[in-house]
Design a binder for this molecule. Structure first.
Ligand SMILES: Cc1cn([C@H]2C[C@H](O)[C@@H](COP(=O)(O)OP(=O)(O)OP(=O)(O)O)O2)c(=O)[nH]c1=O
Length: 196
């Protein structure tokens, strides 16, 4: 049985994989510089960082499958940060309020042969127009911390989502349909060997 290494520190990604019955054999977060290049578009950044994370972790795990992902929230050409302060989170929410934005996750998988397959998945999310009370309640919740775009759809912020077009798990951080397809296509036994 080939081993699967998840190159991610995100507990959400681990939980999403477990949801479809996949438990990584090891978790080794990649420590890379996540800053965008000048003028880099959000969807390009997501793919580049996913590939860089996979490449950073793979050398220590030759012969294993190494899976990495990166989720970027973009509003037009603009890349939203992972806020580290309330003021920054407020700026994100003000930008998202009453508008559509795109959440792109890059996925990169290195096979035991060393060959890499990657893809990106985009979900379009429409937020309601936030009242001041909604915004401030959300800021007080602290749920925005460390989340791309300053919100987490798997928490309170789902109440702000008027419409979603595409994969929900993609917004949380790992698009399960594409992830399963990528793994299966690379020869990882996603659906076999579970019935004893
Ligand atoms: C938009 C959105 C983002 N997020 C999170 C998912 C990711 O953890 C984070 C985006 O940052 P990432 O850099 O993709 O992931 P990470 O830093 O958490 O983990 P690692 O780099 O080790 O893989 O934002 C949510 O949890 N819910 C959401 O609705």
């Amino acid at each position: 049985m080939p081993r699967l290494i998840l190159a991610s520190a995100s507990p959400r990604r681990r939980d999403l994989l477990r949801q479809i019955g996949i438990v990584p054999d090891g978790i080794f977060p990649a420590d890379i510089d996540e800053s965008p290049y000048r003028g880099e578009l959000p969807h390009r950044l997501a793919l580049r960082l996913a590939e860089e994370k996979a490449r950073a972790v793979a050398p220590a795990h030759a012969g294993d499958f190494v899976l990495a992902a990166d989720t970027v929230v973009g509003c037009g050409r603009r890349i939203l940060p992972k806020p580290t302060s309330e003021a920054e989170a407020r700026r994100c929410l003000d930008l998202l309020s009453g508008r559509r934005h795109r959440v792109t996750t890059g996925l990169a998988l290195i096979r035991p042969s060393g060959e890499m397959s990657s893809r990106r998945v985009t979900t379009i999310v429409t937020f309601k127009r936030l009242t001041r009370a909604e915004r401030e309640a959300y800021i007080a919740s602290g749920e925005w911390e460390g989340k791309a775009g300053g919100y987490a759809i798997q928490g309170m912020a789902d109440a702000f989502v008027r419409q979603i077009n595409g994969s929900w798990s993609n917004v949380v951080g790992l698009p399960l349909h594409d992830c399963a397809a990528l793994l299966a296509g690379a020869g990882y036994p996603v659906w076999s060997g579970r019935d004893g």
